[in-house]
Design a protein around this ligand. Sequence first.
Ligand SMILES: C[S@@+](CC[C@H](N)C(=O)[O-])C[C@H]1O[C@@H](n2cnc3c(N)ncnc32)[C@H](O)[C@@H]1O
Length: 261
Amino acid sequence: MSETDVAPFAPEWLALREGADARARAREPVGLIGDRGRVVADLGCGTGSLGRWLAPRLPSPQHWVLFDRDPRLLAMAEHGVPGATTETRRRDLASLRPTDLDGCTLVVASALLDVLTRPAVGALVEAVVGAGCPALFSLTVAGRVELSPADPLDGAVARAFDAHQRRGGLLGPDAVEAARAAFTERGAATRTFASPWRLGPGEGALLAAWLRGWVGAAREQDPDLPADAYLERRLEECSRGALYAIVHHTDLWADPAGDDR
Ligand SMILES: C[S@@+](CC[C@H](N)C(=O)[O-])C[C@H]1O[C@@H](n2cnc3c(N)ncnc32)[C@H](O)[C@@H]1O
């Protein structure tokens, strides 16, 4: 996203979304993990939000291997996974190899796939299948947003935003299908689960920040959109607690040793 109050990977943005992410995450994959969460690789860990949610739901002891390319985020994540030992690895995930996952029993990631290219997702899938670990890629954007009340410009803004997400070969809303196809091609079983953000008056700060980013990206993609007036309308509704949004996401489970294909 662009023109947000906070950049997409800024700790402030990650903190703002952490509560909504926690409420949105699908619960079923936790049951599929079973006792395979002993050594967990968290790809694109940010400040460790997924670990804070998932670690207390898995059996102890656990060790988390935290991957990101941003050293500032890695430093915050290092002490952010409750009840687990951690280590950090600064890596560009586009060139991840199976050996990077040596010793890991589970791979997880959150809000990652949609900001990667098809070759990068291919490399991740190759690494996961090569390591023989099950994987949970959670909270990937699905390219569907529902706003209430509706506005005549909603569709045009959503289309421009999705096009912006696909800029420069990034997968955006095509990421789950691309990853799922790559896993299937390599013989892994996959399942998907809905994990929508449901934002209303209780999430006013997140809703306003998300709106600024969503409309800002759409405006950048299509400068002819009357985006300023639209944003002003939507922010005014938000400020009086009259706006609701469902931002659809998908959680993808993949298991190279699974049989539920
Ligand atoms: C939207 S944030 C999500 C962070 C965290 N998983 C969460 O849910 O709060 C995406 C994260 O992936 C990292 N990232 C994105 N592309 C990457 C790449 N090619 N290599 C390594 N890290 C990457 C970013 O630095 C950022 O921490």
